[in-house]
Structure formats: structure tokens, C-alpha cells
Design a protein around this ligand. Sequence first.
Ligand code: AHR
Length: 526
Amino acid sequence: MMTSKWYETWCGFLLALFVVVVVTGQAWGQETATVATIGVDQSGPTVNRNIYGHFAEHLGRCIYEGIWVGEDSSIPNTRGIRNDVVAALKELNIPVLRWPGGCFADEYHWKDGIGPRERRPKIINTHWGGVVENNHFGTHEFLDLCEQIGAEPYVCGNVGSGSVSEMMEWVEYMTSDADSPMANLRRKHGRQEPWKVRYFGVGNESWGCGGSMRPEYYADLYRRYNTFVKNYSGNNIFRIACGANSADYNWTEVMMREAGRRMNGLSLHYYTIATGDWGRKGSATQFGEDQWHATLRRTLTMDELITKHSAIMDRFDARKRVKLIVDEWGTWFDVEPDTNPGFLYQQNTLRDGLVAGLNFHIFHRHADRVSMANIAQTINVLQAMILTDGERILKTPTYHVFEMYKVHQDAVALPVELKTVDYVLGDERTPAVSVSATRNKDGVVHVSLVNVNPKQEMPVECRLTGMESGTVSGRVLTSSKMNAHNTFDAPDTIAPAKFTGAELNDGVLTLALPAKSVVVLEVKKN
Ligand code: AHR
């Protein structure tokens, strides 16, 4: 009797164990596990550092207040450019900075922005709030800013309302070392040596604020303007044509067919609009889980856009000589209450930080075609790195992700095969975890991970093929609140922290990825 009772109890225990281990384990596997296989011993394309590029337009308080305070300001500055902002931007290793627009570029006449500042004409910034632009920040000031932060300039020329000769002269003014009219004008205004200006855009959004053109018409104009964008004194220009608005595939088709051989890059603009409705874009800080989910889900549209535009480009340029330049991307919410609607000033939360991480992973995946991306915009506008209030500045969650991710610049992209569960909300679903990895020139591997699920930590297993053992360290950006953000009174509410939750054993990196987080791990071979 005793034996049989013991036997029954034991069988019952085994059955229960089976249920727990197999049935629950499978469910656990289906619902929460993420497995990434990372080809550490393989090599993909190089992640061009310009993917971490920026965009600063004469819009709202981006240039004026955000960057330029003038030499007489009480805010410490170097030749009018604020020192605190330069110091903060230098930490990001910004590779390239696009200027002066945006829509502003197609109404900008560069000669208004040179010479003694008090004599520069004032104009109306018709696109952005109708405010008066005093032209105190012009070509010399922009190129000085680039030198101060160590970024390469990307200048966008005026096709919409400017002439061919105006564009031609601007390039000569900036880059020629000859004894020529424009180079001598530059010297007269205090700059002897020409600058190197590698990246030049021939118009911006020519389908919209840049002239409302059809692609056939712009393609012809591009060919004409581009002909007069010359290479002076060894300055070899990388020519960027205006590309599509989001999913306008016909634009890409026509541009590649009619002008593909005459360009080095074709742009693409895509903004993440949480609601999908430009009329009511939602608040940057006051949102529920529905808008959290929608924002992160819609961000992934970038992947589809790049894939489809690239496929069109492949038909004309199988060798991928012409690069896709995503020179405007980021979140676009309703402006902060009581601010000028034309200034596009929005706060920036943990949600924006995750958007940045997801976009970088997409750009890494397409690094063979995407060689530059420029977030809109650096300061005080849209998805900004820095917000300013008089003499105070704060770093946003997006700033912190740019800083954490700078380790990927110019590193080799590693193939990642990812199996992850979905983050489901109602009828909507989106992959819960995103993973990207690169190897730098010293053989150090960086793995970045984003968990978009705001409620659930994700167990993650990364199988590193070709790396058995090593040391792991990391940093995490997260918070208990979806809308965590920094304010001028509490500027360090959200900042990266040390992450010690990852272990590498027998070539498998395991970690519990915190809910709503961005993690960057550094893995060094022993
Ligand atoms: O970044 C703000 C604006 O968005 C840019 O000026 C324009 O190019 C785009 O529509």
C-alpha cells in the first residue's frame, strides 16, 4: 500500500512538473522569449558614421537662441555660438550637419547672410511663424559651428526661389581657392582659406515647400542646377538630389531614370506621426499606451520605405552607387501648449529615445544603401537633442540614445537573425524587441537592444557565432514612466545608467531586457 501511494504521489508530481515545464515553458517561449543569432565572425556593410547626422534649420529657436546668441550675449559663447551647446554636441561625435533648411533653404539667399551683421538685410521667414530673420547666422557662422563641433557641413541650396548662378556662386564662395570674384569676396569677409564642403543638396522637398514640382520637372531642374555646382580647388562634392516624401515611389522612379547618373545621393523624408493624422498629431508628453504603441509601430514604416525605395534604385543602380540619404526623420507631435505653432517646439520623452534606437537599427540594416541620415532637428525643434530656456539647457532622451549609440559609427554591421514575440495592444501588434550589432576596428562588438513593451521585461538570448567568451558591460536608458522626460528644473530625470544584467557564457549572451528600454552592450573578447 505504502509503495503504491508513494508511486501515485510521485506520478502526480511528475505530471505536474511536465505541465509546468513543457506546457508553461512553451507558452513562455512563445510569449516572451527573444532569440538573436549574431554573426560576430561575419561582416556586413560599414555603418557610415553619417547615419548619425543632424539637421539644423532656421526654424523657431533652433538657430537663434539654440545655437546663436551673438557675441554680446551674457550666455558664454565663442564668436556668438553658445559654448554649453557646443560642449554637449561634441559629446555626440556629430559627423555631419545639414543647414539652412528644410523649407527655409528654398527661400534663403546666401548673400543676405555674409558681411557685417548690422548691414545684413532682414527677411521674413514665411514658412516658420512669419518671424523676421536678421541673417546674423549665415555661411561663416554655420561653417564656424561645424568646425567647433567637428562636423562636416551639408549645405542645402535654393532651387525653389533661387537662381542657378546664385547656387553656383555660393559653392565658389565656400570652396574656391582661386583669385576669383566669390573667393575674393569671402576673403574680404575674413576667411582666407576655402572650406571643404562635401555634401550639397540641390533643393529641399521640391515636391512641396520647395516648389510644388512634379518629379519630371524637378528632374530636369536638378540636371540644370547640378551642372553648375562645380568642384573647386580639390573640393569634391557629393551631390544630393531631392528625393521622395515617404511612400512616393514614383518620385524615386522618375529621379533615378532621368537623373540617377548625375547624383551621388537621393534623399528621403519620413516623420513618425503618432496618430497618423497631421491635423492632430498628439502631445509629446501627454499620451496613453495607445499612442505609445502607435508611435513605435509607425516608426517601423521607415524599414518598409527604405526597402521599397531601394528596390527601385536597384533597378537603375544595382551596384548601389547612389546612396539613400534620409535627411529628415524623427517624431513630429503637436507643439507644446502656449508656444508658437510655427516653431515646432516639442518636449522629448523616453518614447522618443526608443524611436531613435529603432530607426538606427533600420539604418544599420540598410547600411549598403543608406549612407546618411539627419534627425530633425538638433535643438528646440521636433525630435531635438537639446532644449534651451534662456541660459539653461537640457539633454533629452534622444540625446542620450545618440550618445549611447555613437559606438556604432563607422563600425561593421553584423548580421542579426532575430526571433522575437510581438507587443500586442488590442488589434495592433509590433515586434517587442529590436536588436542590432556592429564590430569596430578593434574587434569590440556592440549590441544595442530596444524593448518597446512598456510593461514587460523581455528575456533575451543572443547567440554570438564566433565568440565563445568575453567580458560584457553595458548601459541602459529606461524609466518607470512611458513619458519620462527632462525639464529645466529636473534635467537629469532620465539619463543612461550602468547595466549589469548581461552575462556571456559559452557564446550565449543572456539578459533580461527591462520594459521600455534601450540597452547598449559592449562585448570584448578575452
Ligand atoms: O523639419 C521641418 C520641416 O519638415 C522641414 O523644413 C521640411 O523640409 C519638412 O517638411
